[in-house]
Design a protein around this ligand. Structure first.
Ligand code: 13P
Length: 248
C-alpha cells in the first residue's frame, strides 16, 4: 500500500488573505513528512493555490466537477478547466452535494468519469446518514453508492480514491470509532476487490470530525489509508499534526 493520503477539504471557507497565510504556514511545517497530502480549495482560489503550491509536496484539489464535458451549463466547472490549473484530485459525491444539490449516484459516477478522463483522481465520497445506520443499512448504502461508480468506471476503478464519510460524523464532533471505520472500509475494499485485481492500490480515506487528537488511532487501522478532513484542515497547526500522524 502506498503512503497514507491526507486531504483537506476547505469547503466554502477562505479568502485570498486567509488562504495565503494558511498555505504558507502548512508548507513551512511540512518538511520531512512522508505521507501524501492535498488541499481541495474553492474553485475561485484554484489559480492562487496553484501558484502557492507549485513545486511543493502539497497537491491541489477541487471540491466538485461538472458531469458534463463542456457547453451550456451555466455556473459549472469542467474537468478540463480543473486540469488547466494542475488539479490532481477532485472530490465527487460529497454528502453536502448529495444532500443540498440533489446529486444522485448516477451523477456522481459521471463526475468521477469526467475527472478520470481529464487525468484527475476523483475522491469518491460515500456514507450513511444516522437514520440509515440506526436502521442497519450502513453496508447497503455505501455499497450502492460505490457500485454506481464501479459500474460506470470499472475499467479504471483502481485509479480512484474512496472516502468513507458517515454523514452523522461530518462537522458534528462525532467521529466513527476506529472499529466502525475499519469495518466499513473492509466492506468497501472487498467490493473493490471483486471489481479489480488492483484493489489494494485504491486509497480508502476516512472523513468526519477527524482531528489532531483522533487521527492516529483511525490511521492505525489496516484499511484506513488516510483522511478527508474538513474543519481541522483550516488550522495549520492541527493539519500539520495530522500529517505527522500519517507519516509514521
Ligand atoms: P469535518 O472534518 O469538518 O467533520 O468534515 C468532514 C468532511 O466533510 C470532509 O469532506
Amino acid at each position: 500500500m502506498a503512503a497514507k493520503l491526507m486531504v483537506g477539504n476547505w469547503k466554502m471557507n477562505g479568502s485570498l488573505v486567509a488562504n495565503a497565510s494558511l498555505l504558507s504556514e502548512v508548507l513551512a511545517g511540512m518538511g520531512g513528512k512522508t505521507c501524501r497530502a492535498a488541499v481541495c480549495v474553492p474553485a475561485p482560489y484554484l489559480a492562487q493555490a496553484q501558484a502557492l503550491l507549485a513545486g511543493s509536496a502539497l497537491a491541489l484539489g477541487a471540491q466538485d466537477v461538472s458531469a458534463h464535458e463542456a457547453g451550456a451549463y451555466t455556473g459549472e466547472v469542467s474537468a478540463d478547466m480543473l486540469r488547466d490549473f494542475a488539479v490532481r484530485y477532485c472530490i465527487v459525491g460529497h454528502s453536502e452535494r448529495r444532500q443540498y444539490h440533489g446529486e444522485s449516484d448516477v451523477t456522481v459516477a459521471s463526475k468521477a468519469q469526467r475527472a478520470l478522463a481529464a487525468g484527475i483522481t476523483p475522491i469518491v465520497c460515500v456514507g450513511e446518514s444516522l437514520a440509515e445506520r440506526d436502521a442497519g443499512q450502513t453496508e447497503a448504502v455505501v455499497k450502492r453508492q460505490l457500485a454506481a461508480v464501479i459500474h460506470t468506471n470499472g475499467h479504471c476503478i483502481s485509479e480512484i480514491v474512496v472516502a468513507y464519510e458517515p454523514v452523522w460524523a461530518i462537522g458534528t464532533g462525532l467521529t466513527a470509532t476506529p472499529e466502525q471505520a475499519q469495518h466499513v472500509h473492509a466492506v468497501l475494499r472487498a467490493q473493490l476487490q471483486a471489481a479489480t485485481p488492483h484493489a489494494d492500490r485504491v486509497s480508502i480515506l476516512y472523513g468526519g470530525s477527524m482531528n489532531a487528537a483522533n487521527a492516529a488511532d483511525l490511521l492505525a487501522r489496516p484499511d484506513v489509508d488516510g483522511g478527508l478532513i474538513g474543519g481541522a484542515a483550516l488550522k495549520a497547526s492541527e493539519f500539520l499534526t495530522m500529517l505527522k500522524a500519517a507519516s509514521r
